[in-house]
Design a protein around this ligand. Structure first.
Ligand code: NAD
Ligand code: MG
Length: 393
């Protein structure tokens, strides 16, 4: 029986993974080691009981008692706090899903790689903030990373059996998010509620807002560079409102291989779960005839400065990825709290990058976790500083 752990089990990615495990035999077919979550203790406990997990961990120490009460008499271990999450990543699972949102996903994911495990990576922040460290650790220990972000799973599938040396371009698609068709001047007034609805994908609130601002695509461009080791000039973004083609690889002989599928994360998660096999998955099958047509357009960098920032970050290298990610997370917190406007998020991130570029060590890609987290903190402070100076307008 294969053993699995799910980090961020109670989130959107985690729920999809839970569904896949339950639909393929549950505790009878899978040995579930660790499940981790945040504030939703009732759901975490319910999942742990259903899958007979060895251990359940909440990120919040003040909730440990609630978790213990919810799992009393079950024999399931309970722990809490960021260190407990990292310790749970040390448990020897054959397959671990990194479905935590934000830079908080980096320490446990890195721990899985340090012990040479297999990491199914939905947490794109891991590669954006610490690409060199993460890929270097995997190379050193022989750990395997299986991409779970839909575009990266698609690229991985398109590259199956191909030589990356022959790749001329990798194109990732973007739906365009909630504000694809809004007049530019209206973007300034976009509310949290408006930014929190996605036209095609059901996802956590943070990634949904990142899709509306295109910071999600910005992170994904960098994720593509870090994971596939491809030159940034060869990475393209295409607006594709239907979200059916997730990515496309163009070879130097002029042939392009695209990956198509319904916008349902259970495909990418399930592909990684069963890799290198393919299994029956509870995912809707495409009916292109019923759909009639697919459409495409070029992205507009005036509408979405986040795309330009991704290019600048890749050109800068060093700690720029960690700064972009940390500043973006802070700017999103500030937007959610009503301190800054939707369009201010890109301004705050750009300002943080400007502030920190040229600081000692910035040009060097961090090769240890503490340095990544230092840059992450500095970036959050710089972005918060921008919000304090310019927010409340
Ligand atoms: P979500 O907000 O729905 O869930 C996040 C999970 O992380 C929850 O279990 C939450 O309890 C946990 N969590 C939150 N803060 C934490 C902390 N500080 N420490 C430990 N755990 C914490 O998010 P999501 O939409 O499932 O996204 C998860 C990750 O997957 C993100 O990195 C996102 O970019 C990526 N991703 C998501 C989708 C999607 O369809 N939702 C698609 C591609 C990639
Ligand atoms: Mg994606």
């Amino acid at each position: 029986m294969r053993s699995v752990s799910i980090f961020g089990a109670t989130g959107s990615i985690g729920e999809s993974a839970f569904d896949l495990l339950m639909q393929s035999g549950g505790a009878e077919s899978w040995q579930v080691r660790a499940l981790t979550g945040g504030r939703n203790i009732a759901r975490l406990a319910e999942m742990a009981l259903a899958l007979r997990a060895e251990i359940a961990v909440t990120a919040f120490p003040e909730l440990e008692r609630d978790l213990r009460e919810a799992l009393a008499g079950s024999g399931i271990e309970c722990t809490a706090g960021p260190d407990a999450i990292v310790a749970a990543a040390d448990r020897d699972a054959d397959w671990t899903l990194s479905g935590i949102v934000g830079a908080a996903g980096l320490p446990p994911g890195l721990r899985v790689l340090e012990r040479g495990g297999t990491l199914a990576l939905a947490n794109k922040e891991t590669l954006v903030a610490a690409g060199r460290l993460v890929m270097g650790t995997a190379a050193r220990t022989g750990a395997r990373i299986l991409p779970v972000d839909s575009e990266h799973s698609a690229i991985f599938q398109c590259l199956n059996g191909e030589n990356i040396e022959n790749v001329e371009a990798i194109t990732i698609t973007a739906s365009g998010g909630a504000f694809r068709d809004w007049p530019l001047e209206r973007l300034e007034t976009a509310t949290v509620e408006q930014a929190s609805t996605h036209p095609n994908w059901a996802m956590g609130q943070r990634i949904t807002i990142d899709s509306a601002s295109m910071f999600n695509k910005s992170l994904e461009i960098i994720e593509t560079k870090e994971f596939f080791g491809i030159n940034p000039d060869r990475i393209k973004v295409l607006i594709h409102p239907e979200s059916i083609i997730h990515a496309m690889v163009t070879h130097r002989d002029g042939g392009s291989i695209a990956h198509l599928g319904a916008p349902d994360m259970r495909h990418a998660i399930g592909y990684a779960l069963h890799w290198p096999e393919r299994a029956e998955l509870p995912v809707p099958k495409l009916d292109l005839a019923a759909m009639g047509q697919l459409s495409f357009r070029a992205p507009d960098e005036t509408r979405w400065p986040a795309l330009r920032l991704a290019r600048e970050v890749m050109a800068a290298g060093g700690a720029a990825g960690a700064v972009l990610n940390g500043a973006k997370e802070q700017a999103l917190d500030d937007f959610l709290a009503g301190r800054i406007r939707f369009t201010d998020m890109a301004r705050a991130v750009e300002s943080a990058l400007d502030d920190l570029t040229g600081q000692p060590g910035f040009a060097t890609s961090p090769t240890d976790l503490a340095t990544v987290l230092d840059w992450d903190q500095s970036a959050r402070q710089a972005a918060a500083g921008w919000a304090a100076r310019h927010g409340g307008r």
